[in-house]
Design a binder for this molecule. Structure first.
Ligand SMILES: [Zn+2]
Length: 211
C-alpha cells in the first residue's frame, strides 16, 4: 500500500483511505518523519482493514457490466443491445443517455414500491419524481415531494425498500436526528445492516455522469 504524505499548514493529523492501495496522510508542516512512522505503525491494523473493504467493494463492483447489461432489482435481466435498437452503434455518451432513459421509463416500478410502503406505514408524500444524481439515492423535501434516483431500479429490492422507508420517515422528521432513526427502526428493524449493504452499491451512484 502506498501512503502519500502531505505536509501543510494544519494542526491535526488526518489519515484517509483513497482506494485499496493508496492512503493519504495530512500532517502539520513541522511533523517529523519519526512521528509519521509512529502514527502509521499505530494505524496499521486500521489501514489493513480499510484496504480490505475497499478491495472487496472494488471486486464487487466489477461483477456488474453496467454499460452492456440491464439490471433490475439486483439481477441481470437482459442486454441493452437487445432492448434498445442500434445500441451498439451509439457513442459512449449516447449510450449513457440511452441507459438512463431506459431505466427512467421503468420508474413506475419504484412508484409501486413507494405506494405500497406508504400505505403499509401510513407515511405519505404528495408527489414522487425520478432524479438523476451521483450523490443521493433519494430525498424528501419540505414540499412533501419524494425524489427517487432511477438507479434504485438496479438495487436488490430490500435495499430499495430501505431507501424508500428512509425517505418516507422524512415526512415526519426533516433531519437525521435520533428520533428519525427511531422511526426508521420501527418500520425497518434491520436498517443498520441495509444501510451498510447500500454502501457497497455506492459505485452505481457514481457510475454514469453524462456531463
Ligand atoms: Zn435522509
Amino acid at each position: 500500500m502506498k501512503i502519500e504524505v502531505i505536509r501543510q499548514r494544519r494542526k491535526t493529523v488526518c489519515l484517509k483511505m483513497i482506494n485499496a492501495d493508496l492512503a493519504e496522510l495530512r500532517v502539520p508542516k513541522t511533523y517529523s518523519d519519526k512521528k509519521i512512522q509512529e502514527f502509521l505503525d499505530e494505524k496499521r491494523k486500521w489501514l489493513e482493514s480499510k484496504s480490505k473493504v475497499f478491495k472487496e467493494n472494488e471486486d464487487f463492483s466489477h461483477k456488474f457490466d453496467l454499460g452492456n447489461s440491464v439490471y433490475l432489482f439486483g439481477k441481470e435481466v437482459d442486454k441493452f443491445n437487445r432492448v434498445i435498437i442500434g445500441f451498439d452503434d451509439l457513442s459512449k455518451k449516447a449510450k449513457r443517455v440511452a441507459i438512463r432513459k431506459y431505466y427512467e421509463a421503468q420508474f413506475s416500478m419504484l412508484e409501486e414500491i413507494a405506494k405500497d410502503l406508504s400505505s403499509r406505514t401510513g407515511l405519505t408524500y404528495d408527489k414522487i419524481r425520478p432524479i438523476n444524481s451521483i450523490r443521493v439515492w433519494g430525498n424528501y423535501s419540505s414540499a412533501r415531494v419524494m425524489k427517487l434516483n432511477w438507479k434504485l431500479l438496479l438495487l436488490p429490492k430490500n435495499l430499495v425498500e430501505y431507501v424508500v422507508c428512509h425517505e418516507l420517515c422524512h415526512s415526519k422528521h426533516m433531519n437525521h436526528k435520533p428520533q428519525f432513526w427511531n422511526a426508521v427502526g420501527k418500520i425497518c428493524p434491520n436498517y443498520k445492516f441495509l444501510r451498510n449493504e447500500l454502501k457497497k452499491y455506492g459505485f452505481l451512484l457514481k457510475s454514469d455522469t453524462e456531463d
